[in-house]
Design a protein around this ligand. Structure first.
Ligand SMILES: N[C@@H](CCC(=O)N[C@@H](CS)C(=O)NCC(=O)O)C(=O)O
Length: 225
């Protein structure tokens, strides 16, 4: 196998898996979990002590004295850049000297540090609030922050066909992945509030790679319609 991916349903590892499918690279999924009360595989924790997925491995994974591993990494946005650069033939990202490269990197990092952070405030309030009593406040702020940050993305997209204009890219896959985390039943916004985001998410969902990786999620959506 060219890649190994520590994986859990509903997690950011699903976006990485879609990218691997689009690339056509052989990969092995190693089942992990995002449940708070379940242990993580020791090999995953050795690479990412935070206990998050995705974690990606390739080649030989020798360990250095400082505990760093060769050919292993975590952080979904960084993995996205890494894979797209490593497989330019898949045409999932602008090269470093193409005009859309800035918007590509900017949007991936904004997704990672602003939109994902807003999700975290709602889903993991204990990481942001000093006491359990403060957690509802962190969650409320997270939900407001979701509206603020998705609005920025919706405005950025405007009438574009894809996030980067007329070219499909890994940013569109990332956008789709993040929309699957939205839960209006918790007070979070629905994609209906962001028509440009929704247009792209719907177009990404039609891709065979997404139909495969998100089959379960898509079936659930169809049941509730
Ligand atoms: N900044 C990290 C965040 C990854 C992350 O939050 N992963 C979640 C699933 S989407 C997870 O593993 N949660 C379990 C936990 O935080 O313990 C990234 O983008 O890769």
């Amino acid at each position: 196998m060219e890649y190994k991916l520590f994986y859990a349903l509903g997690s950011a590892a699903m976006g990485v898996r879609v990218i691997l499918e689009e690339i056509g690279a052989p990969y092995e999924l190693i089942q992990s979990t995002i449940a708070m009360d379940e242990p993580r595989p020791p090999e995953q924790l050795a690479i990412n002590p935070n206990g998050w997925v995705p974690v990606l491995l390739w080649g030989d994974n020798g360990m250095h004295d400082n505990g760093m591993y060769d050919n292993a990494m975590y952080e979904c946005a960084a993995i996205t850049v890494f894979l797209c650069d490593r497989h330019p033939g898949a045409n999932l990202a602008p090269r470093f000297d193409e005009p859309e490269r800035g918007a590509y990197l900017q949007t991936l990092v904004y997704f990672s540090n602003s939109v994902q952070n807003a999700f975290q405030l709602d889903y993991y309030p204990d990481r942001f609030a000093d006491t359990p009593a403060d957690e509802p406040s962190a969650q409320r702020r997270g939900i407001r922050r979701l509206r603020e940050t998705w609005k920025v993305i919706d405005d950025q997209i405007g009438d574009n066909e894809w996030v980067l204009g007329d070219r499909f890219s890994a940013v569109d896959i990332y956008l789709f992945m993040l929309t699957t985390w939205l839960r209006p039943s918790r007070g979070q916004p629905s994609t209906d509030e962001f028509p440009n985001v929704k247009r792209i998410a719907d177009a990404v969902m039609a891709r065979p790679s997404v139909q495969l990786v998100y089959a379960e999620w898509i079936a659930e959506q169809n049941e509730t319609r």
